[in-house]
Design a binder for this molecule. Structure first.
Ligand code: PEP
Length: 258
């Protein structure tokens, strides 16, 4: 039997000041320990802005907090004259375990294509981090019933050239754009449909082992109150959470979906 440890990742986006960031990580860790969170039931990851990563590292290492952390983006380039960019090597040195690549906000506002997302995923993997590769359809595609085709197309482009072993170790996040930050969560069946299709694509392209190991998350207006139905779906292995990850109690409640 395959066991995929569920993953709950909180994407803070461009929110909180530095002190609030530090307090949030501490509160989250306290709340999880207070409620005796079972980390085998959900790995907990916070994804702060770049400028908070050093402090989060100090907290997590210093207090041995059972929380992992990652970055919201990474450069597609290794190093050099790319003013303003942050390399995968820099993030790995800060102890990041994860890197979100291809979030819909990056695809929309920064013109990131599947080729760019693929290059970023490759950089993350080469530096020993796990990419969380985001895909998802907009409202028009959903209304036309094209969500599976759209998302499988994005996965195909974003994972191009990766080995079965690399795909087995990474994370895909299905985030329908119409559900992000809107309060409109996909139904559990809608989440399952696309997550299952992503896994079946991986099965066809990279084989059974990769398909059974790759973790596929759902993201889009997840809250403590709606997480259980989503997590009950067989092909949903966790959630990528935006707004609700900014409150320690709420995010802890999501982590404790079981
Ligand atoms: C996200 O940005 O990845 C996200 C899912 O946001 P929210 O939970 O706020 O919809």
């Amino acid at each position: 039997a395959v066991t995929r440890t569920p993953l709950m990742a909180g994407n803070w986006k461009m929110n909180l000041n530095h002190q609030e960031a530090v307090v949030l990580v501490q509160k989250l860790a306290w709340t999880l320990s207070d409620k005796r969170h079972d980390h085998a039931k959900a790995e907990v990851v916070v994804v702060p802005p770049f400028t908070d990563l050093r402090s989060v590292q100090t907290l997590v290492d210093g207090d041995r907090l059972p929380v992992k952390y990652g970055a919201q983006d990474v450069s597609m380039h290794e190093s050099g004259a790319y003013t303003g960019e942050i390399s995968a090597g820099m993030l790995a040195k800060l102890g990041c375990s994860y890197v979100v690549v291809g979030h819909s906000e990056r695809r929309e506002h920064h013109g990131e294509t599947d080729e760019v997302v693929n290059a970023k995923a490759q950089r993350a993997l080469a530096a020993g981090m796990t990419p969380i590769v985001c895909v998802g359809e907009g409202l028009e595609v959903r209304q036309a019933g094209g969500q599976v085709e759209h998302c499988v197309g994005q996965v195909t482009g974003s994972l191009a050239g990766l080995s079965a072993e690399q795909v087995a170790g990474l994370v895909v996040a299905y985030e329908p754009v119409w559900a992000i930050g809107t309060g409109e969560v996909a139904t559990p069946d809608d989440a399952q449909e696309v997550c299952a299709a992503v896994r079946e694509y991986v099965r066809a392209s990279h084989g059974d082992e990769a398909a059974d190991a790759v973790r596929v998350l759902y993201g889009g207006s997840v809250k403590a109150a709606n997480v259980a139905g989503i997590m009950a779906q067989p092909d949903v292995d966790g959630c990528l959470v935006g707004g609700a990850s900014l409150q320690a109690e709420e995010f802890a409640g999501i982590c404790r979906y079981y």
